[in-house]
Design a protein around this ligand. Structure first.
Ligand code: SAM
Length: 330
């Protein structure tokens, strides 16, 4: 086993796999109302190709966690089968999904039975009209049902990811936390990042970790969690003395690149060593040209070696990546 190390001393063990760039929501901070030019079918990795690359990552590159994302991973037809095949390859790999939960009420038992460990559900509001406004779809109830089904299927601890938008849901932090605490979900707020397809992100209007914590502290007693954070993106706070926690993923105002252990594989088989990388390494073309597992593993290692020390959002020369979040895999 030769792991995915980079020249700044980090080792990537957490693989985010985008299974599709398509999504059935149209969150305003992610993509335009009409959607995007979706990836042509032949460019997307087949189920066999996805499983083969994950197998290489797990068996030859030291990856210990696999998270399926997108786009919306639940719209990928072969999802349950992919999960089952990855589980058959490795009984111990930690496998999770990041999803908007549309359809999860139906799929959660099959995913759990196939070997998925956990679900992270994105939900930015508990007001159904605000949900409609943000996602441009009237599907709040489906998400609530999906969350409950994930918990019931044993895909816990269920985490809820929320993005706060100025003037839309930035007053909702305490309400969201109370709602999640009541149901036993672990809430994490994510700072909005410059990854939207419309390039509309504006640092001066984003809701910062400091603001989120101030808003929560007005309603809850918070204290930094005592467990070491390690490579986890979320800074955790104990709520009301614990054991419940709330997290803040402050990629913009409190970057954690020095501890990053993540690597990404896009739905068309490109390795990205950072969410904000400006370049990718093409495994799909090499794989379809007949490369061996060892060759693909070596290409992957080379791709990781060049990972930059930080995402550079604060650098005046920062350029948003060409692909939006939905095509990279969030
Ligand atoms: N469709 C799935 C979901 O909703 O969880 C997976 C993909 S989605 C891109 C993953 C996460 O990225 C979601 O929690 C979403 O809110 C978040 N996200 C999308 N665009 C973002 C942005 N510009 N800044 C911060 N988070 C963003």
């Amino acid at each position: 086993m030769q792991p995915l190390i980079d020249q700044h001393g980090r080792t990537a063990t957490d693989l985010r796999v985008s299974l599709t760039d398509r999504c059935n929501l149209r969150c305003t901070y992610c993509m335009p109302p009409e959607g995007l030019d979706w990836m042509p079918g032949e460019e997307q990795l087949t189920d066999d190709e996805v499983v083969r690359l994950i197998g290489i990552a797990v068996q030859q590159l030291g990856v210990t966690e696999v998270r399926f994302t997108g786009g919306e991973p639940l719209v990928r037809r072969g999802l349950v089968d992919i999960v089952r095949r990855v589980r058959a390859l490795d009984a111990d790999v930690e496998m999770s999904i990041t999803t908007n939960a549309l359809g999860l009420a139906k799929t959660a038992p099959a995913l759990a039975e196939a070997g998925l460990d956990r679900a992270n559900v994105s939900l930015d509001t508990i007001r159904s009209d605000v949900f409609h406004q943000i996602t441009r779809r009237d599907r709040f109830t489906d998400v609530v049902e999906g969350l409950a089904a994930a918990e019931a299927a044993g895909l816990g601890p269920v985490k809820v990811n929320a993005v706060l938008l100025r003037g839309v849901n930035d007053d909702e932090a305490p309400e969201l936390l109370a709602w999640c605490l009541e149901r036993g979900y672990q809430l994490r707020f994510i700072e909005q990042m410059p990854l939207d397809a419309q390039h509309g992100w504006d640092r001066s209007s984003m809701v910062t970790a400091d603001e989120i914590l101030a808003s929560l502290s007005a309603a809850f007693q918070l204290e930094p969690a005592s467990e070491p954070r390690g490579s986890a993106p979320a800074e955790l706070f104990r709520v009301g003395g614990g054991p419940a926690t709330v997290g803040v993923i402050a990629s913009v105002t409190r970057p954690f690149c020095g501890d990053c252990d993540r690597v990404r594989l896009t739905a068309d088989g490109q390795v990205r060593n950072c969410l904000f990388a400006r370049s990718e390494s093409d495994l799909r073309t090499a794989m379809r040209a007949g490369a061996s597992d060892e060759e693909l593993a070596e290409r992957w290692r080379i791709a990781m070696w060049g990972k930059l020390p930080g995402h550079g959002i604060d650098d005046p020369t920062f350029l948003q990546p060409d692909r939006p979040m939905s095509a990279i895999g969030g």
